[in-house]
Ligand binder design. Structure first.
Ligand SMILES: NC(=O)C1=CN([C@@H]2O[C@H](COP(=O)(O)OP(=O)(O)OC[C@H]3O[C@@H](n4cnc5c(N)ncnc54)[C@H](OP(=O)(O)O)[C@@H]3O)[C@@H](O)[C@H]2O)C=CC1
Ligand SMILES: N[C@@H](CC=O)C(=O)O
Ligand code: NA
Length: 360
């Protein structure tokens, strides 16, 4: 038996609850869930919470949220506990070491703990059995932080652990930017809407970060590049990584996400012009991330590609990530939907099942 506590029941957290309920996953009990304000935990027997009416239960029976109490409740159980962080919060990510010290595993799509301060990453790495090589619980799995549920980090980790030498990891790491540029910048001549209209749709489809500025300013891709780099043995740091911010200057300083979305249409002409310039050269625009293990040129950049390039023919919110290694000199490519609640939760659910397989 494994107990699960979910921190953050927004888009991804609620989809995870729906997937757990729909599959009737055996011997996985959700025994707690919390928002930033209210939490519910089960009884002292750690019975599974009712997943049909959890929203009402949080609203009507929820007590004041307290992540210390929440973690202690899970760690006092006789069975292994996993905290699933489905927030985008730095403050929550900073708590992972304390949870791991309590013996709790962590599963998360939140990029902050693995791409933030190197000291935090090192501390998580030192405590988690899957990252420090001991193979012993507790674990910290974060597959959905890169390429959502696509098996990017598990593949990279396998390459590294089997002694392959990773030279380069490059690709389109953002579902939002993939969707935007696949629609907005193609050579087909088909009108699929303005830049700002596509950002709005990406947000409605659940591809963007809670604050879509984090996608457009390149930081979401930068975080994924940092996570992959660190796993491949390069100590990348967000503060020094070169990141191209495609947001026009006047929009970079607006106060809120709502104001940003409201003002974005004023800059449609700017993006249309960039696209026209690329199209004149028979090229399309794509935002690309690179981990350059050997050459030290890691970063995030808006690039132009001819129609024949694999990056130019992506569909929807697909990501494409290519590993160039000693074993795979011509590249090992992972491609598929890289954003959205369903595929992100799939990655989280798979990580939970991996831990269950190791502790039972
Ligand atoms: N959407 C996607 O395609 C992908 C998303 N991700 C990641 O998944 C994570 C979740 O994204 P998403 O579901 O879209 O975000 P949402 O904003 O929909 O949900 C996050 C939830 O976290 C809650 N929350 C914030 N702070 C705390 C806190 N301190 N304690 C408890 N709950 C808190 C918020 O609720 P409230 O403020 O009401 O408490 C909110 O409902 C993010 O880290 C994102 O980067 C990763 C891969 C793909
Ligand atoms: N906002 C992100 C979601 C997944 O990490 C993206 O668009 O890729
Ligand atoms: Na992934």
């Amino acid at each position: 038996m494994v107990n699960i506590g979910i921190v953050g029941v927004g888009l991804v957290g609620s989809e995870l609850l729906a997937q757990l309920k729909a599959t009737g996953a055996k011997r996985l009990n959700v025994v707690g869930m919390t928002t930033s304000k209210k939490m519910v935990v089960s009884n002292t027997s750690y019975s599974a919470l009712d997943l049909t009416q959890w929203k009402t239960d949080i609203q009507e029976q929820g007590i004041e949220a307290n992540l210390g109490v929440f973690a202690k409740y899970l760690s006092d159980a006789p069975d292994h506990g996993i905290i699933v962080d489905c927030t985008a919060s730095d403050a929550v990510a900073e708590l992972y070491p304390s949870w791991l010290e309590l013996g709790l595993s962590v599963v998360t799509p939140n990029k902050k703990g693995f791409s933030g301060p190197l000291s935090l990453y090192r501390s998580i790495e030192g405590l988690a059995g899957n990252l420090n090589g001991t193979g012993k619980a507790p674990f910290a799995y974060h597959e959905s932080t890169v390429g959502a549920g696509l098996p990017v980090l598990s593949t990279l980790s396998d390459l590294v652990r089997t002694g392959d030498k990773v030279e380069k990891i490059e690709g389109i790491f953002s579902g939002t930017l993939s969707f935007l540029f696949n629609n907005f910048s193609s050579l087909s001549g088909e009108d699929k809407g303005t830049f700002s209209e596509n950002v709005k749709v990406a947000k409605e489809l659940g591809y963007t970060e809670p604050d879509p500025r984090d996608d457009l300013n390149g930081m979401d891709v930068a975080r994924k590049v940092t996570i992959c780099g660190r796993l491949a043995g390069v100590d990348l740091d967000l503060s020094t990584l070169p990141v191209e911010n495609i947001v026009p200057g006047p929009l970079q300083t607006v106060a809120s996400a709502d104001e940003f979305m409201a003002k974005l249409p004023e800059f449609d002409d700017h993006f249309a012009k960039l696209n026209e310039e690329a199209n004149k050269e028979n090229q399309v625009l794509r935002c690309v991330g690179l981990v350059d293990v050997k050459g030290g040129q890691s970063g995030v950049k808006l690039m132009k590609y001819p129609g024949s390039h694999p990056f130019a023919s992506l569909q929807g919110s697909d990501n494409i990530i290519k590993f160039t290694t000693e074993y795979f000199p011509n590249g090992l490519i992972i491609q598929g939907a890289g954003a959205g609640a369903a595929v992100t939760s799939f990655g989280i659910f798979s990580d939970i099942l991996k831990i269950q397989g190791r502790v039972e």
